[in-house]
Design a protein around this ligand. Structure first.
Ligand SMILES: Cc1ncc(COP(=O)(O)O)c(C=O)c1O
Length: 452
């Protein structure tokens, strides 16, 4: 077992060492003191990390003049100024995508993409179950059925092997999610989509600058969706984007997000020849986003460096399994996830492990749960519209199919996730994370006993 020596660890180890010597010399009290100091924080010991973590989001004073300029111009709406288009050009360049359309949110980016990929009432979309609930909702809003493929427990993303068996005559598209900024294995997904003539929409809402085999997420399917909501790596309160390499599809997206107005090659004989909605981004959002391109690049590099370091050391701890990425791929870590095996922690339940790690000053959570059992899908399939669109037999089989998602169940029950802002800290803080996990393992029997 490799020992990582931090200043705190050094002081503690030195204390244990000297206590052991004292013990040998026959004086008992200091040894008891040293044992207390190493106690898990949940059992009254000192937390491994006490310094707090950086806030999110962060901004710079240097952004203020540009935001103020928009305010004072009164040109706040997309149609009145050039900032949104400027942002689109810049964001597309960042991804090496041909086009980008800015939207009001990631959800609206999904709604636009599903419409343009011709997902209609009564259709089915094969989707990753391990995602933020907005992915399910966008499909349901189109009165289509989100059909869940399974999650690969090793990667936490859509298992391509579980897709083909779920295709029916109603399936129109596949919607893989690059969850936590980890790219899905897109090659086999695209092969299946081509074979069955299905569209591919990437949910890249957490995957700004993530790479799959040398190409950025956002350029790997027909269309891709991003979110710039406040918690995201490039935030603007709310905001989103659709990206892709097809002018025809992006013209259609633009028209749909702008109440159906003609765009580029997509036009009709009269002004309102096609359906649409209002999913436009505001000038303020675009200006705030553009200030952050360089920051995003720098912070992504920092998160990657720290995630690589964590991965190297956490995987040495028995019972901790960092997620596997597809080959030649790079994640951006909206959350840094690892799988936790309680067997190597004296049977300490995952939720108790989370409590213990939080108590050590390391914020963490269990990631997504099995959301399909929460009720929204029951509500949808019992609605008048869905009952009109799908047969009783299909809806029954659909509801029963949630039980088949064994990989996803395992992932939901065993994942531990560290929020992205932890990865912006320095090496000593990464050592605290590793040290805290080791400490919990060393005391897992006591923790499990206390939890019983
Ligand atoms: C994976 C995923 N999909 C979709 C969305 C929806 O994005 P928004 O919140 O911007 O509507 C989010 C945002 O949290 C997300 O994380």
């Amino acid at each position: 077992m490799k020992v990582i020596l931090t200043r705190r660890g050094f002081i503690r180890d030195a204390a244990v060492g000297s206590a052991a010597l004292t013990w040998l010399s026959g004086r008992h009290a200091p040894r008891a003191f040293a044992t207390d100091a190493a106690k898990p924080a949940l059992l009254g010991g000192a937390p491994v990390h006490q310094g707090g973590w950086s806030e999110w989001p962060t901004w710079r004073e240097s952004w203020e003049p540009a935001v103020l300029k928009v305010l004072r111009s009164g040109k706040w709406f997309r149609g009145d100024g050039g900032h949104v288009a400027e942002f689109e050009t810049g964001y597309a360049r960042l991804l090496d995508a041909k086009r980008c359309l800015a939207t009001a949110s990631g959800t609206t980016a999904l709604l636009v993409s599903l419409h343009v990929m011709d997902v209609d009432a009564g259709d089915e979309v094969i989707v990753s179950p391990y995602t933020f609930i907005a992915t399910y909702n966008a499909i349901l809003c189109n009165k289509a059925l989100p059909v869940f493929a399974d999650t690969d427990p090793a990667t936490l993303t859509l298992d391509p092997a579980s897709v083909e068996g779920r295709i029916t005559s109603r399936t129109r598209a596949i919607l893989p999610v690059h969850i936590y900024g980890m790219p899905c294995d897109m090659d086999p997904i695209n092969v299946i989509a081509r074979k069955h003539k299905l569209g591919v929409i990437e949910d890249a809402c957490q995957a700004w600058l993530a790479e799959y085999k040398g190409r950025k997420c956002g350029t790997l399917g027909d269309l891709a969706c991003f979110s710039f909501q406040n918690s995201k790596h490039i935030p603007s309160g709310e905001g989103g984007a659709v990206t892709g390499n097809s002018d025809e599809l992006l013209d259609r997206c633009h028209a749909f997000h702008n109440v159906g107005r003609a765009t580029g090659s997509f036009k009709g004989g009269k002004p309102f020849f096609t359906r649409g909605s209002n999913y436009r981004m505001q000038q303020f959002q675009a200006v705030i986003l553009m200030q952050q391109f360089e920051k995003l690049l720098q912070e992504t590099a920092r998160r990657r460096e720290n995630a690589d370091y964590l991965g190297t050391h956490l995987k040495e701890i028995r019972g901790i399994q960092p997620a596997r990425l597809p080959e030649n791929s790079r994640a951006v870590w909206h959350l840094y996830p690892f799988r936790y095996d309680a067997e190597h922690f004296s049977g300490l339940a995952r939720d108790k492990f989370l409590q213990a790690l939080n108590a050590e000053g390391i914020p963490c959570s269990g990631g997504y749960h099995e959301q399909y059992f929460d009720g929204l899908l029951d509500e949808a399939i019992h609605s008048r519209g869905f009952k009109r669109l799908f047969s009783v037999g299909r809806l029954k089989a659909y509801r029963e199919s949630f039980q088949e998602l064994k990989g996803n169940r395992q992932v939901c029950a065993t994942t531990v996730g560290l929020p992205q802002n932890l990865l912006l800290a320095g090496r000593p803080e990464m050592d605290h994370i590793i040290e805290a996990v080791r400490k919990i393992q060393a005391h897992s029997a006591a923790l499990a006993k206390a939890a019983a």
